[in-house]
Design a protein around this ligand. Structure first.
Ligand SMILES: [Zn+2]
Length: 191
């Protein structure tokens, strides 16, 4: 949308913060977004002139504490967002967290389990290419050679949007860099 700070049509990202304004028994609540270019804020209404007593106390508490899980759920409420924003860049609206479940000495195979708590329009190959040391074309070649398997198996799995519960098995026996480059990609965020 048009940014009142730098004047251009800009992408905005959620700041993860809620702003509240109580006026008597009425409450306004906004989720604050920031222009990606100049950090100028845009306040997206969550509640407008809402009677305080009609607000669930748990929601009230989440807003007052800037509860990250509650705010994330609001940020990903795309139907509500669509009423306020002209265009939604879903691919920009996610973060990646990585945990090592188990690591064997001299490992040759990398298994990745994907958890997607909220629906996300990001292709699997885009996600992998942004997080692992390989290009999308290399991904396609590894898949063709059987070095990369996506479970459950489905046609064109790499081109589909990422889904909760997907598992990936990469055979890296031929990769000299697996202990450094691949390991780093597997555990550290690229952003
Ligand atoms: Zn701006």
């Amino acid at each position: 949308m048009a940014c009142s700070g730098c004047g251009g049509v800009r992408a905005f990202r959620s700041s993860g913060k809620i702003r509240l304004n109580a006026n008597g028994r009425r409450l306004d609540a906004w989720l604050i977004y920031k222009c990606r270019a100049c950090d100028k804020t845009w306040n997206r209404p969550i509640f407008e002139r809402r009677a305080v007593r009609s607000i669930d106390p748990a929601v009230m508490e989440a807003m007052q504490a800037n509860d990250p899980d509650w705010i994330r759920a609001q940020a990903f409420d795309l139907d509500a967002l669509r009423r306020r924003a002209k265009r939604i860049d879903e691919s920009a609206a996610f973060e990646v967290r990585k945990d090592i479940i188990r690591e064997a000495p001299n490992w040759m195979r990398l298994e990745i389990g994907i958890a997607v708590p909220l629906p996300l329009a990001v292709r699997l190959d885009r996600l992998l290419a942004s997080e692992l040391p390989l290009s999308r074309s290399r991904l396609g070649r590894m898949s063709g050679a059987g070095q990369l398997r996506v479970l459950p198996a489905e046609v064109d799995a790499l081109r589909r949007r990422i889904r909760d519960g997907t598992r990936l098995v990469l055979d890296l026996a031929g990769e000299a860099d697996r202990e450094t480059l691949w390991r780093r990609g597997a555990i550290a965020s690229a952003r």
